[in-house]
Design a protein around this ligand. Structure first.
Ligand SMILES: *Cc1c(COP(=O)(O)O)cnc(C)c1O
Length: 402
């Protein structure tokens, strides 16, 4: 890795991180693409009439998604709150200023129970922050079409549909039918597709608004992208005079997100795929031959064009649990952070989307080293209860973080 890399970490005192866990807020999301960095840097020292910048962003989003219009906000999470607010207020400015008091407005949002997930915060809170209330539909593992139809009332302002590896991936009504049922009853459909590469499919399947993170696969600055029907998008934009003010997006994020969208359309998708494949093959080789470790390449669960390396660890044979292996990889310099949300099932994943040159090789070396140490019983036991409580502990100790 370059000396710039070392210089940055040396000067900041931050621990160097190699991210093979995916686009994680806890690690700073993604590697921003050069186009986004240049666009943000160019506008930061200059003024612009923000409404003109927003108008350009709307056109750029429309072009990239096929939507009528688009809006940039602080994050996808903010986008959910603002989209729900827009569905409640329409383009009535007095209503915009009235929120989160929803007196006199439709204020219920339906959500399939299996979509009620936590992406770092509860998606239901993103809805409620606008003043709306959530009506969960069906059960976590089974939602029928009649549950959706039955949950819609005169007070239903919108329906939210979540596309994510965080949601229950069976027993839910698919978007096309979900949208048809809602539309027959005059209810607009908002899709949270924060991490999804597909910029057109959800609108085509019936979404009235769709929400993406600019800082995930797109490699933009921190921002949320909302695309969809013109009236609803205008109502989103108008929330800047209301609850959206606390979720304000700066000129640098708007310009950076536009540049990232444009760069996304021009990227060498096949070349990126081939580089990611080469990293996966390298890691597959590094994991081979270690007892109690089965490695295979698996597709993304929501059909993004991306594969990951999955390690299934049998702790007794491997000499350490999946969690102990993940913690060992994270403990050294640089920290190698793997995807560990299924560690309690003995599963770890390595995501190849956020690598700098040389890092695939570094990860391969560290992986075989750690697995070898596990096999010779040199890894300390991991405390699974403490790991489950890590976010509470992390908040309690935040000033002591290294
Ligand atoms: C990441 C994520 C979010 C939050 O996105 P931010 O832009 O970081 O606020 C919301 N929903 C899903 C499904 C996500 O994966």
């Amino acid at each position: 890795m370059s000396s710039n890399w070392d210089a940055f970490y040396g000067a900041s005192g931050l621990r160097p991180v190699v991210n093979v866990s995916g686009t994680m807020t806890s690690l700073g999301a993604s590697i921003a693409v050069p186009e986004a960095i240049a666009a943000a840097a160019a506008i930061l020292p200059r003024f612009a009439v923000m409404s003109e910048l927003h108008a350009r962003a709307s056109r750029a989003i429309a072009e990239a998604t096929g939507a009528e219009a688009g809006f940039i906000t602080a994050s996808a999470s903010a986008g959910i709150t603002i989209a729900v607010a827009a569905a409640m207020t329409g383009t009535d400015l007095s209503r915009v200023e009235q929120l989160p008091d929803t007196e006199g407005m439709k204020n219920r949002v339906i959500l399939q129970a299996g979509h009620s997930c936590h992406y770092g915060a509860p998606v239901t809170q993103g809805i409620r922050l606008s003043g709306a209330r959530v009506d969960l539909v069906g059960t976590a593992t089974l939602v029928n079409e009649h549950n959706i139809a039955g949950a819609i009332t005169d007070m239903t302002a919108a329906a939210l549909f979540v596309v994510s590896h965080h949601v229950v991936d069976y027993g839910q009504v698919p978007l096309r039918r979900f949208a048809e049922i809602c539309h027959e009853r005059g209810v607009p459909v908002i899709v949270d597709a924060a991490s999804e590469y597909d910029l057109r499919g959800f609108l085509a399947a019936g979404a009235d608004l769709v929400i993406y993170s600019a800082h995930k696969f797109l490699g933009g600055p921190t921002a949320g992208i909302v695309a969809g029907k013109r009236d609803l998008v205008r109502a989103c934009y108008m929330q800047n005079a209301g609850i959206g003010r606390g979720m304000k997006v700066g000129k640098e994020s708007i310009a950076g997100a536009m540049a990232a969208l444009k760069a996304w359309g021009q990227r060498d998708a096949a070349g990126i795929r081939a580089r990611e494949r080469a990293a996966l093959e390298l890691w597959l080789g590094a994991a081979a031959g270690h007892p109690g470790v089965e490695a295979r390449i698996v597709p993304d669960p929501t059909d993004n064009p991306l594969d990951r390396l999955e390690l299934q660890i049998d702790a007794a044979t491997a000499g350490a649990s999946a969690l102990a292996i993940a913690l060992d990889l994270a403990a050294e310099d640089p920290a190698v952070i793997v995807r560990d949300h299924r560690a309690d099932h003995g599963i770890l994943q390595l995501d190849p989307c956020n690598l700098h040159p040389g890092q695939a090789e570094l990860v391969a070396a560290r992986l075989s080293q750690t697995l070898a140490r596990a096999a010779s019983r040199q890894l300390p036991d991991a405390d699974a209860d403490a790991w489950r409580r890590r976010s509470e502990t992390g908040f309690a100790n935040w000033e002591k973080s290294e």
